[in-house]
Design a protein around this ligand. Sequence first.
Ligand SMILES: [Zn+2]
Length: 344
Amino acid sequence: MVRYEVCFAYEVCFAHEDASLMKYGFAIFDTTGESSQLNFFFIFLFAEYKDTAICVKRILHISNGDTSYAARHTSCPQMRILHPRKEYLMTVKTVLDYLWTLAPEACRMSWDNVGLLLGRKNAPVRGVLVALDATAAVAEEAERLDCQLVVTHHPVIFHGDKHITDADPLTEVHLRYLEKGIAVISMHTNLDCAPGGVNDLLAEQLGLHNISVLEDGETAGLIRMGELSETELPAFAGFVKQRLRCPGLRWVDGGRPVRRVAVGGGACGEFMPKVLAAGCDTFVTADIKYHEFCDAATLGLNLIDAGHFETEDPACDMLAAKLRERFPALRVCRSAHKGCIRFL
Ligand SMILES: [Zn+2]
């Protein structure tokens, strides 16, 4: 059995009321022990030790630790322990507070349901799984990956369920999360609209320039617009398919080259008239119905349905990357689950 006798210093990014602690914080990770039982301890060093970080390592596991033991095993004699470890434990609320800064609640649509939708806000979190949907498979995946929190784009509770029981297969999924003690935070239309969110990301992925927001009262932010150097529609559709890794793509030709493009991740077909009124020749969205395609062709709009999952899932990569950056001590996993729709 492999044993470790190494301490790693690592800058701490845990949320704490006292910002000065975060600024000067270091954690000492004591990886003494069997590989399957790694322990580490949070210890804050004096500011002058900021440059003494030995090595940057990803945190593997959190368990109860004896800080005095870590003190004996560090080479920094002036180290002082300001707080026991438990005060720096990440909680669901720590993650939620940060996610609100990325996708403010004020950006959500009035009909939407966002935030912490399942679980306890003070529950400790060692790992977070980021997924587009909180399905039963994602609950199993989170449990397997030792994630106590799942962050999704689509709200895990959306239709105003009156009970959460196993009588209904749809609410039985909620029950699984609750029984496993896995919390679920959903960032939906607030993430669609937020700067740098779903739609900004989609516009950037498709190489649009001069990106702007389609203003439309309450729904401002659900659609982004931008420009491209003139391209023929089949070539642009092929580019969208390749860029978003779509298993298939449906489109109609509005009879115009692609120059001014609107994008709306997920089901945004209803915005077609507004997109046209804003002078766009091409609209990339998802969940388009047959008659909407027919209307688009008649109205002279190139309409591309690139898939609901494909237009929104890249935002989950972004969320995972932001969480890793903000909380280096947190184990952030990306769900392996893809959209539920299959193509032949
Ligand atoms: Zn969606």
